[in-house]
Design a protein around this ligand. Structure first.
Ligand SMILES: [Zn+2]
Length: 444
């Protein structure tokens, strides 16, 4: 038979291994995976000889600020950055314009039509005063609910008694959530103390957003997840101590899982002193030693960390410099650099391409039930990344596609380059119109 497209001669990487194979595509899906030089034909051929073929990555923690402060980022720019580096599905939520009702969800859904280069789903915010909207948001088609245990980015804190109620509601719907874990009382107390001392140096960030505050919130979140059975993810687990705590709770029956981001694998706590606002994100970087770094990579490699995300939350350089260290924006851009950093880590032996595929495609797609995503397998969407493992290049601010225009990883030399990216069988190319589709959540 004749297929629409074949990606020929590449080495296909899955979570469990790799093999040379030809990937045939029909109607936007993978239709067959056959031995190289199989007799089947196709109307179009993409030569992948000497290259790796990976599933398009699935980033479930992304902030594209639209609607909202689109001077920081917007969907066309943010999803172009994603597509350029092999991320073909995102789940987006914006703190400045949170989805707190089905009406707001509809509004955002309309607004985003024809503005995404990658397939996208949306997350809502579960606010204390909007807890009654959870069911209607779920039925409208959101993919998960974001919860903050501390006041951050103007988002009100969900304290333990409210968290229990929200978890019960989510569990009754079998809906997933992503919990930003920092204890509100502890961070507020740290803030008062540091401000009373007149501190405005960048070193306030790790003291304000302390390790203890994160651990306390992770502990109570894991406990309430066990009590209610809710499918909860701890957002951006920042250290191996946090991951160890989550593992202990999982061993005790909590369904909680850990997400982390490259900043917690690569950036050191001390960088805040030299880079100030350009290392202001929360929880902050925790690595202090080579041992800390090894423990985090081991947790990533052995699966104690369930999945990877960017927590892409960009601001431009000028925006980052606005106000004191207390006032300037939290957050880092990440969509431009996550795949390059992790591919480099895989090619240099710190992790493997198989683990990258599992943690940044297959696992997040499963956790959030993003149907057809996260695998190169017959029946799955033909979202494919073709990767040249020989190429070497340097990450630079100039190459950043995100509106941020900078990256904390500038100057790093990396091996391996994303050569081309297919979304449901179509190459995502500069100048082509956005083809990304909205993906309704499991309750929609
Ligand atoms: Zn975030």
């Amino acid at each position: 038979m004749t297929f629409e497209l074949v990606v020929r001669g590449g080495t296909v990487v899955t979570a469990t291994g790799r093999q040379r194979a030809d990937v045939y595509v029909e109607d936007g899906r993978v239709a067959a995976i056959l031995d190289p030089d199989s007799p089947e034909s196709a109307d179009e051929t993409i030569d992948a000889d000497g290259r790796f073929v990976l599933p398009g990555m699935v980033d479930t923690h992304v902030h594209l600020m639209e609607p909202g402060d689109s001077t920081r980022e917007d969907f066309p720019t943010g999803t172009r950055a994603a597509a350029r580096q092999g991320v073909t599905t995102i789940v987006e939520h914006t703190h400045g314009w949170p989805l707190t009702s089905a009406g707001r969800f509809e509004e955002k859904w309309h607004h985003l039509r024809d503005r995404s280069y990658v397939d996208y789903a949306l997350a809502a915010h579960a606010f204390p005063e909007h807890a009654g909207e959870i069911r209607s948001l779920w039925e409208a088609g959101v993919t998960f609910f974001k919860i903050f245990t501390c006041t951050t980015h103007g988002i009100p804190a969900v304290t333990a008694e409210m968290l229990l109620e929200i978890f019960e509601e989510l569990a009754s719907l079998d809906a997933a959530c992503l919990v930003h874990c920092e204890d509100d009382v502890m961070t507020a107390r740290n803030e008062r103390r540091l401000k009373a001392e007149g501190r405005i140096d960048p070193g306030v960030i790790p003291e304000w957003r302390s390790r203890e505050a994160e651990l306390v919130a992770v502990g109570s979140t894991a406990l309430l997840a066990k009590v209610t059975g809710v499918r909860a993810t701890v957002a951006h687990a920042s250290s191996a101590d946090v991951v160890d705590l989550i593992q202990r709770e999982r061993a005790a029956g909590s369904p909680i899982v850990a997400e982390t981001c490259p900043q917690y694998l690569y950036l050191h706590e001390s960088e805040i002193h030299n880079h100030g606002p350009f290392r202001k994100f929360t929880p902050p970087a925790r690595i202090r030693s080579a041992e800390d770094e090894d423990r985090m990579w081991n947790a990533f490699n052995d699966g104690s960390i369930s999945h990877l995300s960017t927590d892409h939350a960009p601001s431009t350089e000028a925006q980052k410099r606005e106000g004191t260290i207390w006032e300037c924006h939290f957050g880092l851009p990440g969509l431009d650099t996550t795949v390059p950093l992790m591919v480099d880590a895989a090619l240099s032996g710190r992790t493997t391409l198989e683990r990258l595929v599992e943690a940044y495609a297959q696992q997040p797609a499963e956790q959030y039930r993003l149907r057809g995503k996260g695998r190169v397998e017959v029946g799955y969407d033909a979202d494919l990344v073709i990767l040249d493992p020989q190429a070497t290049w340097q990450i630079t601010n100039e190459a950043v596609v995100s509106r941020a225009g900078w990256t904390p990883f500038a100057g790093r030399d990396v091996q391996g380059r994303v050569e081309s990216v297919l979304l449901r069988g179509h190459p995502i190319e500069d100048g082509a119109p956005p083809r990304g589709r909205f993906m309704p959540g499991p309750g929609g």
